[in-house]
Write a protein that binds this ligand. Structure first.
Ligand SMILES: Nc1ncnc2c1ncn2[C@@H]1O[C@H](COP(=O)(O)OP(=O)(O)O)[C@@H](O)[C@H]1O
Ligand SMILES: [Mg+2]
Length: 380
């Protein structure tokens, strides 16, 4: 039987580069499991932090070691990468606007992009893969872009009638404006949302650039800080709530997993809490009333549809225990996929093992690609 060649695309330019390597390692291992080994062959493609794609042995090396490569700039004749990627530009100034792909790209039957955050989860890679006309795992351009931008996402959720925290969308130009506009903006935020509130860049992840603020002074600093990361900023009223998450799998008839909870001791689920071993715990299934978990599963599917997601997504919620309210926080279209990540663990607890999960995702990618083919119009 000829094996399907899966292009595993990982690494990337975002702050989640290392997480992506770990996700890719876990996924590659799952493709080597007994039931998948006869069906699939993995072709690793490692995207360096500067955006350059590597294939072959160097990518395999990153996958095996779990360690990012030191930045390889322009390939030189003596560099092994030069032979592997003979099509890459050899000019002295690597210009990524003249992006070129390793020749192995042509061998891929289906792509499995697992690059988290900007330039991976936001529709950019998905646009490239769409242009290549090869099926790929996960959401398309629209779903990915909507899922990445917290303002666009919240607008879609509001349109779908999903409850969420009160928020305001802000532009960098309002923050870095003349001294008359900025104080008015801060006053508006105070009047509409009050303290504490959360200031976030709209297009990042891993809590990078997010601040919880309790005063005017903190608000001013947080807005300035968020504006240094993104042109689009969102400010949200803070809620006191438990954080629950639900995994979604499927295309047009997606399914929701059991619900899990993230628990931690810090002020909020910030970068350090997320990535320091032992600072956060995953509780699966979450100890919440059945009515709450059912509501969350239903809302997760609505959120998935609201942004036109496909394949997979993890939807995160705030459960305000005091009032029983459930609010949708965000959707992640390429959630963490390591051996200890919430997404695969939620599915494992719902009866879908890690190897089964990657198999299903590839099949969903193939199904979606054939469904996206437009019926040929009859020419007159
Ligand atoms: N409105 C809010 N109320 C209470 N906590 C919040 C709010 N917004 C964010 N947080 C806290 O900050 C964390 C990160 O925010 P989130 O919007 O999920 O960003 P990211 O995409 O970086 O994960 C959340 O998991 C939660 O702990
Ligand atoms: Mg989050």
């Amino acid at each position: 039987m000829t094996k399907l060649r899966v292009g595993l695309l990982f690494g990337g330019c975002s702050g989640e580069h290392e997480v992506s390597i770990n996700s890719a390692r876990a996924i590659a291992k799952a493709f080597q499991a007994e039931q998948n080994a006869n069906k699939y062959e993995i072709l690793p493609f490692y995207v360096q932090k500067d955006g350059r794609w590597l294939a072959g042995n160097l990518s395999q090396q990153v996958l095996e070691s779990g360690q990012p490569l030191q930045l390889l700039s322009t390939p030189t004749p003596e560099h092994p990468d030069h032979q592997e990627n003979s099509q890459l530009s050899t000019t002295n100034t690597p210009n990524l606007s003249r992006w070129q792909s390793p020749s192995q790209v042509a061998e891929v039957d289906v792509w499995f992009p697992i690059i988290h955050g900007p330039n991976g989860e936001d529709g950019t890679v998905q646009g490239l893969l769409t242009l290549m006309q090869v099926p790929f795992v996960g959401s398309g351009v629209l779903g990915s872009a909507m899922g990445m931008d917290k303002i666009a996402m919240k607008m879609a959720f509001a349109q779908a009638g999903l409850p969420q925290v009160k928020y305001m969308a802000v532009n960098r130009s309002q923050i870095w404006s003349n001294p008359c506009v900025f104080p008015k903006l801060c006053t508006q935020i105070e009047e509409n949302l009050g303290y504490p509130c959360f200031v976030k860049p709209a297009n990042l992840g891993s809590s990078v650039g997010i601040t919880k603020v309790r005063s005017r002074r903190e608000l001013e600093i947080a807005l300035d800080n968020a504006a240094s990361y993104d042109r689009r900023i969102i400010v949200e009223a803070a809620v006191v709530a438990r954080e629950l998450e639900c995994a979604v799998l499927g295309n047009d008839q997606p399914q929701a997993s059991v619900v899990g909870e993230i628990t931690y001791n810090s002020d909020f689920y910030d970068y350090e809490t997320k990535y320091t071993q032992g600072k956060a715990n995953l509780v699966i299934p979450a100890a919440v009333p059945e009515t709450v978990s059912r509501k969350i599963q239903e809302m997760a599917l609505q959120a998935f549809a609201a942004i036109d997601a496909a394949g997979l997504a993890r939807v995160d919620f705030f459960y305000v225990e005091a009032t029983g309210e459930v609010l949708v926080n965000e959707i992640n279209t390429l959630p963490g996929f390591t051996a200890t990540s919430m997404y695969p663990l939620l599915w494992a607890s719902s009866g879908v093992s890690f190897p089964e999960l990657v198999d299903r995702l590839v099949q969903l990618a193939l199904e979606r690609k054939s469904a996206s083919q437009f019926p040929q119009r009859q020419s007159k």
